[in-house]
Design a protein around this ligand. Structure first.
Ligand SMILES: NC(=O)CC[C@H](N)C(=O)O
Length: 220
């Protein structure tokens, strides 16, 4: 439990990928941002970011560092998490176009297709409007990005590609305390996705504090 829910502690899974950029973006939103490499480090965080990078490598390292089960347990236990690009893949329950032995942390009831945009458009930029984020579309940077092929009934679609060959493809989702984007907001100066995630973490902390206060009252 945090003493000051106004300053949540948010971990960035630091096995591989663009960790530094997420740390900076989270700090800019008033969070205390720390790296996570060991299971014990999960105990002190209020939220987790899984960065972009290479999900096959990240998954192998997570298994080797004995982080997979602790991550699954933390997320099943309600730890808010945000995944960008490879992070979206890591949070997905099901994968397409992945090696047969690629494991994920899971939690999001989605089927995610890796490298979905194809070779010609390995990397591209586009404006994407996100449901729940005010102030106009975000400038989204896609790098060998996945998309969400299928989303379960509890999943809220936050954003889709507009125009071009991938028109209508789902690139941002939320399911309760879990958020994922196909693109990399940590690589642009636009901090609105990180702000949304820090808000989710703050709300979660406030709810926990309320539940603890309720329990204390129940005891007396
Ligand atoms: N920029 C990224 O995170 C790319 C994701 C990568 N293509 C993967 O499958 O993990």
């Amino acid at each position: 439990m945090r003493e000051n829910p106004a300053v949540p502690v948010i971990g960035v899974l630091a096995l591989q990928g663009d960790v530094r950029e997420h740390l900076a973006a989270l700090r800019a939103q008033g969070a205390e941002a720390v790296t996570v490499r060991r299971p014990a480090e999960l105990a002190r965080i209020d939220g987790l970011v899984v960065p972009g990078g290479e999900s096959t490598t990240m998954a192998k390292l997570a298994a080797r560092f004995e982080l997979l089960e602790p991550l699954r347990a933390a997320i099943a236990g309600g730890l808010p998490a945000y995944g960008s690009c490879a992070g979206m893949i890591m949070l997905a329950d099901r994968l397409l176009d992945a090696p047969a032995d690629q494991v994920t942390v899971g939690g999001l009831d989605v089927t995610v297709r890796r490298n979905a945009f194809g070779r010609q458009v390995d990397s591209f930029e586009s404006e994407v409007a996100l449901d729940g984020i005010a102030g106009g579309p975000l400038h989204a940077v896609f790098i060998r990005a996945p998309w969400v092929e299928e989303a379960g009934p509890e999943v809220r679609v936050l954003g889709r590609v507009v125009g071009g060959p991938a028109d209508g493809k789902i690139v941002a989702v939320r399911q309760g305390h879990l958020v994922a984007t196909s693109f990399h907001p940590e690589l642009t100066g636009d901090r609105r996705v990180h702000a949304l995630f820090v808000d989710i973490v703050r709300e979660h902390l406030a709810q926990q504090a309320g539940a603890v206060a309720g329990n204390e009252r129940g005891k007396s």
